[in-house]
Design a protein around this ligand. Structure first.
Ligand code: UDX
Length: 432
């Protein structure tokens, strides 16, 4: 397998066998692939040669949010045209090249890619190819696990041949026969969902929209829990055991961020607008999520009405644990709000600290020890539930902080009783 990227920095780093971002377990897989001679890296200039010798090409470039909220497909278009140029030089192929769209594209994206491959060939004869959609469901921070042990593999195509080629490619994962030290494996085969191109493309958006809506719903319930004296953690446990609801993605708190949920929900709403269709549920999903960071600021101001000149620690800066990704990270937004209120912000993160320091300008500081961030702080917000933060010692924290010694638990992961017993004020989301 050859992986190409037009970013020379990324390619060079991978050629030196160094994964340029934080993703647990990925370095070991890259090391093994290179050592066994099955994995190599090249710059985008090598695309012609790679396409020429490939049976399958995965397009896995970014589709960021465009200015109007829709998915920006320019990266996908560039790659599709390049594939077209490479195929134009080829006389014929025994089997058509399978072009797999891993990038998240709106329904119709696969047809668009086919058209651009033809366009890239510039009217010359072109070797046979077929475009399939194979949406990606891995979560950052558990990407290796989610890839090897997926809940399902979805492939959409409008003809049978490429579906069978994809089934063969994924066979070691479907049957769980690949070599790994990551046992135990699930005993059942991984479901391989064959569907049409449009449905596969919609499955990706629908999955992310559904999960984002689920989180926003539990967040709305958490507000009602606060008003009524119920505890949303207990409520989530009580409803999650209902098989129809499921216990995952029911953690109330600061809401969803990252590089996928925000842009994909936005792209789905934008696509609906093009059809003149309203999306009241998706609109509310976004509105509830945007209110979460304001709820955190409200909790701070309840105990610290005038934050001017006060020190506030932000614990965890990446958008979720086990990644250094800061895209859509609630920490950045909270830091901005706090600075505009005149507070001094001290951020801590075990891996994203350096990246965050570059984004948090004036009036903010980043440190590399959570207790250092808490020293002299009047208040703290636990933004990202890193393991190291779940394990903070409340008694030690109490001796370091200054009144009102407020902890806003933005992910409901601390034990309120032990933090209160240590002499701290504890405010979670929807915890009575
Ligand atoms: C998501 C999808 O889960 C994945 O299938 C898709 O391929 C890419 O987008 P990712 O963004 O990496 O993955 O992280 P995920 O674990 O889904 O979390 C997304 C956001 O939701 C994070 O900000 C997380 O903190 C938040 N979240 C998650 C909650 O607020 N509550 C929860 O219960 C779960």
């Amino acid at each position: 397998m050859t992986c190409l990227d037009r970013d020379d920095g990324i390619t060079r780093s991978l050629q030196k066998q160094k994964v340029p971002f934080h993703e647990p377990g990925l370095q070991e897989i890259v090391d093994r692939g290179v050592r066994d001679g099955r994995l190599s890296f090249a710059g985008a200039g090598g695309l012609d040669g790679v396409v020429g010798s490939a049976d399958v090409v995965f397009v896995a470039v970014g589709t960021p949010q465009g200015e109007d909220g829709s998915a920006d497909l320019s990266n996908v278009a560039d790659v599709a045209r390049q594939i077209g140029r490479a195929l134009a030089g080829e006389a014929s192929r025994e089997r058509p090249l399978v072009v797999v769209n891993k990038s998240t594209v709106p329904v119709g994206g696969g047809d668009y890619v086919s058209a651009l491959i033809e366009e890239g060939a510039g009217g010359q004869g072109i070797a046979r190819f077929e475009v399939v959609s194979n949406p990606e469901f891995l979560r950052e921070g558990s990407a290796v696990h989610d890839t090897l042990f997926p809940d399902r593999i979805v492939v959409g195509a409008d003809s049978r041949g490429p579906l069978e080629a994809m089934r063969a490619l994924y066979e070691p994962i479907i049957d769980q026969t690949f070599p790994t030290g990551l046992d135990p494996r699930p005993r059942d085969a991984v479901p391989f969902v064959r569907t049409d191109l449009a449905s596969a493309e919609m499955i990706k958006y629908a999955a992310n929209a559904f999960l984002a809506a689920k989180i926003s719903l539990i967040n709305e319930i958490s507000t009602l829990c606060e008003l009524t004296g119920a505890d949303v953690v207990r409520v989530a446990n009580g409803i999650g055991l209902d098989g129809r609801i499921g216990s995952r993605f029911l953690n109330a708190g600061l809401g969803w961020g990252g590089s996928c949920f925000p842009k994909d929900v936005s792209a789905l709403r934008a696509a609906a607008r093009e059809y003149g269709q309203e999306t009241p549920l998706l609109d509310a999903t976004v509105a509830v999520n945007e209110a979460q960071h304001k709820r955190a600021i409200g909790k701070l101001r309840h105990h610290l009405p005038d934050p001017r000149g006060k020190r506030v620690a932000l614990l965890g800066l990446s958008f979720k644990p086990n990644t250094d990704d800061l895209r859509g990270a609630p920490s950045l937004r909270i830091a901005r709000s706090l600075r505009s209120l005149g507070a001094t912000v001290i951020g801590y993160d075990p891996v994203a600290g350096k990246g965050a320091a570059a984004l948090l300008h004036g009036g903010s500081k980043v440190v590399f020890d959570p207790y250092e961030a808490l020293e002299g702080a009047h208040a703290a917000v636990l933004v990202t539930e890193w393991e190291v933060l779940r394990g903070l010692d409340p008694n030690r924290v109490a001796t370091l902080m200054r009144d009102p010694r407020l902890i806003v638990d933005g992910r409901n992961v601390l034990d309120p009783a032990s933090w209160r017993e240590a002499g701290l004020r504890y405010a979670g989301f929807g915890r009575g």
